[in-house]
Design a protein around this ligand. Structure first.
Ligand SMILES: Nc1ncnc2c1ncn2[C@@H]1O[C@H](COP(=O)(O)OP(=O)(O)OP(=O)(O)O)[C@@H](O)[C@H]1O
Ligand SMILES: [Mg+2]
Length: 364
């Protein structure tokens, strides 16, 4: 018996998901503004951004739960929506997992998971086999006859996951599936979902406002703000080369200070002067934002920054130390790894790894 219950595509552009010029307006408000995304088969994309930036709206357009104001979406090379076409949700070959589980309370676990197969007319014996397999995959073998209400939140979310994958969809969509769970469970289930997606090789779009979750799960992260994608890149590139102050701020990658480029460095708001030992490229005089990443602090003879210890946590043989720099109404905090244990308010003078600083000139 085949394992695929979705029609396979007749043509393929090679992309699993291709979104072009997608716009969503509600009344006069532009909620999504010219979104372009292209995902390869098996790629896992996280949509990451603050509340209200348009993540769920974008997911609903992919799912076919809304119609866009403009633009086109193709799944596996088949246009599912544009000005002329609209393929309904059940024909898009998707599996979905939402925040609130959305299990049917009057049906047992087995019936909940079997539902997408029943909709597609899969024979009973085959249904039972596929439900067994899906429940086994999510670590709930033998749970068929339990009522959803008798399960923990984490178990309910696993049932929702089993239901999403049971028909082996082309694309899986997740909307903050872990946000109702406590922290430990969130971390472990997040790792499991990531592993599962890799094993299944399913293309997925995963909405979250938690960057740890996004970085754990996804090969590519799209940082969104106010209906636009600020940057779309692998997690390591986002951390090493954030494209804008918005990305730095949202991902909390370090300190972002307004300032002016001087001959030898920067004068930051609050009066702090930084003099770089090496000549700097670029033209002095302009205003902008200086980004000092968390990893840029280091112990050294040259004490460029003075501050004090706010907190220390022992992590993997080092103390992850939060250092507060600058006077009180203009202070900023940076993370620093050290082998030394220090009391709170202990004064420190630190050097900078200048090569890691990044200057974002203000747009003219
Ligand atoms: N059906 C609708 N009618 C009018 N406005 C809407 C509708 N759906 C969403 N919006 C608006 O679109 C914007 C984006 O909403 P969306 O639900 O996509 O945000 P989100 O990024 O998922 O946020 P959260 O993290 O809080 O879930 C919000 O300002 C919201 O009020
Ligand atoms: Mg949302």
């Amino acid at each position: 018996m085949p394992d695929l219950y979705f029609p396979s595509s007749s043509s393929s552009s090679g992309a699993a998901i291709d979104i072009e010029g997608l716009v969503q307006r509600f009344g006069g408000q532009v909620v999504l503004d010219s979104i372009d995304i292209r995902l390869d088969p098996g790629q896992v994309l996280a949509l990451l951004g603050p509340s209200g930036c348009g993540k769920t709206t974008l997911l609903k357009l992919l799912a076919g739960l809304n119609r866009p104001s403009a633009g086109r979406i193709a799944i596996d090379g088949v246009t599912v929506v544009d000005d002329h076409v609209f393929v309904p949700p059940e024909k898009r070959g998707l599996g979905m997992v939402f925040q609130d589980y959305a299990l049917w309370p009057h049906m047992d676990v087995g019936a909940n998971v079997a539902f997408p197969l029943e909709m597609r007319g899969v024979p009973r014996a085959e249904r039972a086999r596929l439900v067994d397999r899906a429940l086994h995959t999510v670590g709930l073998a033998g749970f068929q006859e339990r009522a959803p209400g008798s399960l923990s939140g984490g178990q309910q979310q696993r049932v929702a996951l089993a239901r999403a994958i049971v028909a082996r969809p082309r694309v899986l969509l997740f909307d903050e599936p872990l946000s109702n769970l406590d922290r430990d469970l969130r971390e472990s289930l997040c790792g499991e979902i990531g592993q599962l997606l890799r094993e299944l090789g399913t293309t997925a779009v995963y909405v979250t406002h938690d960057h740890e979750e996004a970085f754990t799960l996804a090969d590519t992260v799209a940082v969104m703000r106010a209906g636009k994608i600020c940057q779309m890149a692998p997690p390591e590139s986002l951390v090493q080369e954030p494209a804008s102050p918005d990305v730095v701020e949202f991902l909390k990658l370090g300190a972002l200070r307004h300032g002016v480029r001087t001959e030898r460095g920067w004068r930051l708001s609050g009066g702090l002067e930084l003099h770089c030992p090496e000549p700097l490229s670029g033209v002095p005089g302009g205003a902008g934002h200086l980004f000092i990443p968390h990893g840029a602090l280091k112990a050294g003879q040259r004490q460029t920054l003075h501050g004090y210890v706010v907190a220390q946590r022992f992590r993997g043989g080092h103390y992850a130390t939060t250092v507060r720099i600058g006077d009180d109404h203009n202070a900023f905090e940076l993370a620093w790894l050290t082998d030394r244990r220090m009391p709170v308010r202990h004064p420190v003078g630190l050097d900078l790894d200048w090569s890691r600083l990044r200057w974002f000139p203000q747009a003219a």
